[in-house]
Design a protein around this ligand. Sequence first.
Ligand code: NAG
Ligand code: NAG
Ligand code: NAG
Ligand code: NAG
Ligand code: NAG
Ligand code: NAG
Ligand code: NAG
Ligand code: NAG
Ligand code: NAG
Length: 793
Amino acid sequence: MMLIVLTLLVCVGEAKEFPSLDVLYSRVPADVQQRTVTALIQRVVGARASQFKATVDPTIAEKKIDAFHLYHSNGTVSVKGSTGVAVAMGIYYYLSNYCNCQITWGGQQLHIPKELPKLPKSGVTVSANDRFRFYQNVCTVSYSFVWYQWEDWEKQIDWMALHGINLPLAFNGQEAIFQRVYMKMGMTFKDMQQHFGGPAFQAWARMGNFRGWGGPTTQTWLDGQLDLQHKILDRMRALGMIPVLPGFAGHVPEAMTRLYPAADISRLPNWNGFDDTYCCTYLLDFADPLFKLIGVNFIKEMEYEFGVDHIYQIDSFNEMQPKSGSAQYLDEVGSRMFDVLQTADPDAIWLMQGWLFHFDSSFWHPEQIRAMLTSVPKGRIVVLDLYSEVAPIYTYTDSYYGQPFIWCMLHDFGGTSELYGVLDKINTGPFEGRNMTNSTMVGLGLTPEGINQNEVIYEFFLENVWRKQPRDVSKWISDYTTKRYGKYNKIVDLAWQYLKSSVYNDTTNNGDHRSRSIPTSRPQYNPPLKPYLWYDAEDLYQAWDLLIDSADQYKNNSLFQYDLVDISRNSLMMISLENYNKMIAAYQNNQTSNFGLYSQMLLSLLNDMETLLASDSHFLLGKWIAAAKQWANNFNEAILLEFNARNLVSLWGPKGEVLDYGRKQWSGLLKGYYIPRWRLFIEMLNYSLSNHTQFNDGLFSQFVYEKVELPFSNQLDIYPTEPIGDAYAIAKSLHKKYRDIIDLQFYKKYAMMCKMRKTNTSPAVKKYGKHFNRSKAHVKMTNSNLQFSFDRN
Ligand SMILES: *[C@@H]1O[C@H](CO)[C@@H](O)[C@H](O)[C@H]1NC(C)=O
Ligand SMILES: *[C@@H]1O[C@H](CO)[C@@H](O)[C@H](O)[C@H]1NC(C)=O
Ligand SMILES: *[C@@H]1O[C@H](CO)[C@@H](O)[C@H](O)[C@H]1NC(C)=O
Ligand SMILES: *[C@@H]1O[C@H](CO)[C@@H](O)[C@H](O)[C@H]1NC(C)=O
Ligand SMILES: *[C@@H]1O[C@H](CO)[C@@H](O)[C@H](O)[C@H]1NC(C)=O
Ligand SMILES: *[C@@H]1O[C@H](CO)[C@@H](O)[C@H](O)[C@H]1NC(C)=O
Ligand SMILES: *[C@@H]1O[C@H](CO)[C@@H](O)[C@H](O)[C@H]1NC(C)=O
Ligand SMILES: *[C@@H]1O[C@H](CO)[C@@H](O)[C@H](O)[C@H]1NC(C)=O
Ligand SMILES: *[C@@H]1O[C@H](CO)[C@@H](O)[C@H](O)[C@H]1NC(C)=O
């Protein structure tokens, strides 16, 4: 028995050990890392910095897995960590678990107790569960970071380190490197402008999805990004992170066909209907000698400019099918691609997104996946299991046929802002990944297309970096509210319990249901819009009630305000579903007065949403556009940058090829884009209704494109960059206006139509017994020192 257990352990251990990955460990001297993380602590805790002491000691890592030790010494809280990142992680561990603080993208709650809370006498030692903590999707750099200046990056890198990220993507500035490679091959700048994406669209041009859209890119932009990349890499490395740099995937400018007529160059298929001007990127065949030449030169040029980290992400077939599905062909692709990397850098590791296997699963059967992956020597390719929380691939590929993989949470598409999450899955999933027989999991990853949304999900997920077992989610949520708002309150806790079991508990595994909310969708009559509803809307409204009830106790609390606005926003978004459906029904039944009523209610609600969002700094289109224009050196650049900023979050493409995929519920977007769209729709419906003509969806689409969507991308009107109005007062008045007229039956029926699973027991009932009644609780609460209590029968 003993023997069997031992053998098993050895097997598991062996499968997980990839000596080739040892090159992915920081070689930056400990004193440099220590100085860098000490400065980080200074930025984070400011005046309290002298109470914290950082030491970097690489010897405390076992098998190159980061660890930290927290202890008291000479009146300070000391953190000894294996890398700068490990120290930062230790600091955040202490701030979060001992001081009840929180640092997220949207702000921070840093009321550190006057006297630092005591650690156990022997200190606290924590080691990470995996070697790697990866961060970013190839799209994040466009959807969220595109306008970042160095100050924004510095904050973002601090956030990464505090949360334990040690394998971040670092893709900025690559166009400037390609420029040098192509210039040497005889290309002009114009040739490259036709190829590179515009500032906000670089991510997709890099993947070969289209060429030139959003351009022409300027030299100023390319140089600015190169300069930024230097700062980013310097900081990441100085903290002990291993940045992931890009490699060459075969996509080349059209000019290559002119300069090298004999080269084996084909054209990729048309992605999302982009027309000839932009579509069908030129693909250099991997077997052509030029492929190796460019691939090696690119890495050499990058090494010359930035130095080397030995890991390169390359995605050759992202949302694009390979020429052939034969195992032999795919094996050859894989080995040739790897050969290029290895020629340029003998220690190279290839990092690849596993998205293609999910996106095009009718092409990528296990046989194809195996052929591609096993063509690379064991441990020299790492696969990002990109969407593990909904569509894991490691489970049906025998853990990627022995190649290492990273368990990633994707969570967000397009940087959209609806409340959503799968808490249970991200609680247990990483453990299942590690625990699987013969598992080759070597890390955890965060791969959202956009950030700045649903912060609770990211705080929850990232504790998996060190947590040794899944958590009691309810308990964790209670603690979360304390950390986020700086004090505990039962009512607020209860509000979050409602969110936990509704919006954050999608058990449907329905991948793409979040981005179709009524306000942000292009209006449509036939078939009617049908956003997916995976929870009982009443749970969301209960959470809204409870947050409104307790708002007065959290005045001037920026994270509370952010959430108050966010949850009010989501509630209004949900109510718009009712208005829309009733309006459509009235139209269908020729009920002119009801049509008038519900269409006006819908427009009025959208205007209310605009007012609400304008009151909080997290929801302002004006900030996004202003940040874009900061990169401009002259008027023409400003126009191009503003166009990029607007187009990405609305029309997405010249003709709406990826319409509204990057949608945001932001003040300004409602006013300038979504509301005009709905107004036009209602006008046209009204025309048909009054004049007894058929509504024509095709005609409407054409009109709305010409009159609203296209103009919006080109307009230059200014939107506020600072909030307007008292968010608390606005949220309260909207709650008062809408809460009592919500038709709860509507949502019940609608949810059933979505085949929602049986509703869970309400969190209040779970927590306080089945006779819980909020209306009574509320009365008591407002009358009795805001102490929460309720009538038990
Ligand atoms: C302890 O702290 C005091 C003041 O904070 C400092 O002067 C002294 O050098 C420290 N001692 C050690 C051993 O670090
Ligand atoms: C991992 O597997 C072990 C052995 O089968 C089991 O005892 C443990 O509960 C599992 N852990 C998780 C989190 O699933
Ligand atoms: C685990 O790996 C061993 C050795 O390669 C193999 O014999 C066994 O079948 C694998 N188990 C599973 C469940 O894949
Ligand atoms: C999510 O819903 C499922 C099914 O109703 C339930 O078993 C589970 O406990 C819920 N999880 C959370 C976090 O509320
Ligand atoms: C609100 O909070 C900020 C930052 O914590 C503080 O500077 C300001 O004085 C506070 N304002 C009020 C009215 O309490
Ligand atoms: C509504 O009016 C149109 C045209 O007048 C008619 O064809 C249709 O049958 C009516 N629908 C209903 C449900 O009454
Ligand atoms: C429909 O058009 C009529 C006539 O122009 C107008 O009086 C009415 O207010 C319009 N209704 C809506 C809902 O726009
Ligand atoms: C009905 O048609 C007439 C003639 O085209 C037009 O003037 C009128 O505005 C239409 N009614 C509505 C409500 O749009
Ligand atoms: C909850 O309490 C209110 C106010 O006392 C009462 O009107 C309502 O019927 C109660 N609801 C339930 C489900 O008992």
